[in-house]
Design a protein around this ligand. Sequence first.
Ligand code: FAD
Ligand code: MLT
Ligand code: ZN
Length: 479
Amino acid sequence: GSSSASQIERKPLFSSLDSKDVSSFKEILGDKNVVEDEERLETANTDWMKKYKGSSKLMLLPKNTEEVSQILQYCDSRRLAVVPQGGNTGLVGGSVPVFDEVIINVGLMNKVLAFDEVSGVLVCEAGCILENLATFLDTKGFIMPLDLGAKGSCHIGGNVSTNAGGLRLIRYGSLHGTVLEAVTANGNVLDMLGTLRKDNTGYDLKHLFIGSEGSLGIVTKVSILTQPKLSSVNLAFIACKDYLSCQKILVEAKKNLGEILSAFEFLDNNSMDLVLNHLDGVRNPVSSTENFYILIETTGSDETNDREKLEAFLLKSLEKGLVSDGVIAQDINQASSFWRIREGITEALQKAGAVYKYDLSLPVEEIYNIVNDLRRRLGELANVMGYGHLGDGNLHLNISAADYNDKLIGLIEPYVYEWTSKHRGSISAEHGLGVMKANEIFYSKSPETVAIMASIKKLLDPKGILNPYKVLPHSLFSH
Ligand code: FAD
Ligand code: MLT
Ligand code: ZN
């Protein structure tokens, strides 16, 4: 187990599941969708990194909003704690129980409900897998406004609940453009399933649910603005000597490729090495080994012009000495092999051993200073790497080691949080707080702000049954 999660105590006010509860759930959902099978529970209790593990004895699989409402109403009346779960790809221990919370997984709610080819608005159930939505939209000539390495497993409801960022945020913005339907703790269904682009009637409550990590309600439906699929997508893979050059290339790319820029991602050579060592069939696209690599993707509608633009950009950057080597993918297969490197880092890290993950927003000019500082601090004890969404100022600082141990944690925390706070960054840029960082929220938010969050939580979930021990500090909810 991980150090911070193992220091939490189960709240005695929560009931323990009994056989009457199980029968009641079976009445609501039918026997088949009340899961007591040990093997399936083992999977559902364990997070993607195999770092966090709960001991739930029950997983519920509702088929529609009405069933979610009924289960929550029941759990609230019995004060049974629950953990909402989607594809279980979250990286902060938010999607698995800490103790014996009942798991509510919306995976059976996976239907596309409507798609409007004029507005591009897609309405679907929360359990739709991101990649399936992308495949569906492809047949209609549209794309999802978000893309991430976990697309094959993560749910759109999970994406909305974590406000997932990913590889296209630089172009299409965050999921706060999304609207949804949510069910709160007492079973109330809040229908916010609008499809309007503009609607300024009062407080826009949907934003509370986007990024609240299952602590305020369960998202059951999502309505999301998708984008037309454009004909020309190009991808460059670039090598750079130093971090300052990466920064300069970002500034130049925004200036010169602005209207077609759709991704700007980076990785350092430690990350590249890890991918080459742990994933099959991957090779470095450029001939030289360098300290940094950048992926620049453009998306536009003028095939000849867009490509020439990217080529000219690359050439100019080579001439200026900002880039030491670079290639543009010749076809879709080559482009996927470039993306495989960037998107494969998470998987490679998992294969390499224990990983300590930090997901920081920092001023772009500070991003690599923390990597260097931590590398000096940890010396031979661990492998420190930096990669992430450079175009959005989002660093993934990862420390790979043989195991999870308190000595290493003690050297990393609170050092990384203090460093981030000092530079007015965020300790969670896109992954959320989960159980990992619930107690660390004050590094990025003022006590006044957190107090209002706690009041909102109390309002929507008075008994605190929704994803306890996550997001907000435990000290605020001692009873
Ligand atoms: P889960 O992991 O099941 O849950 C995540 C949180 O949301 C939990 O707190 C859970 O309680 C809550 N939740 C889930 N479904 C619901 C629901 N229907 N209603 C209410 N609450 C719910 N994240 C990024 O932001 N950007 C990335 O680029 C990115 N890349 C990734 C790559 C890999 C290989 C992996 C493993 C993860 C990556 N992630 C990334 C993290 C993760 O995939 C995202 O956070 C994703 O959005 C989680 O979706 P999920 O369905 O798996 O949710
Ligand atoms: C990514 O950008 O690769 C994801 O957020 C996952 C990770 O941080 O490892
Ligand atoms: Zn990321």
